[in-house]
Design a protein around this ligand. Sequence first.
Ligand SMILES: C[S@@+](CC[C@H](N)C(=O)[O-])C[C@H]1O[C@@H](n2cnc3c(N)ncnc32)[C@H](O)[C@@H]1O
Length: 111
Amino acid sequence: MTGLRVLDPGCGAGHYAAESLKLGAAEVVGVEGRETLLGAARERLGDGATSTITYRRMTLERFLSELLGAGFVLERLVEPRATGGARLVDPRRYDKTHSQPSFLAVRLRRG
Ligand SMILES: C[S@@+](CC[C@H](N)C(=O)[O-])C[C@H]1O[C@@H](n2cnc3c(N)ncnc32)[C@H](O)[C@@H]1O
């Protein structure tokens, strides 16, 4: 990760951001909708003091539409769901991930 610029959408309290910096990222931008989590992330890692990490509070929907507005092209959007076999292991959790999915992966490229 050395020298890379990392975007951490849904950064929460900044666990991945911290790990990215540890692995040598040159810059990290964390985007998160919940102020309490951003507060925890700022407390842990600072906010721009070292010019390597900044946080933006906004919804991921808005953030994505800003990227598209700036000319990025959405190549792929995946909302991972548990496979059928998971229902046998934990039916309650399986049903929850299908009725309330909470993870989204996107791939964008510059247009
Ligand atoms: C599963 S947590 C992951 C947190 C962090 N990446 C980590 O691993 O510790 C998902 C995060 O995305 C944020 N999030 C989910 N949907 C969002 C949305 N529509 N807009 C902004 N943030 C959102 C949640 O507040 C939460 O902090």
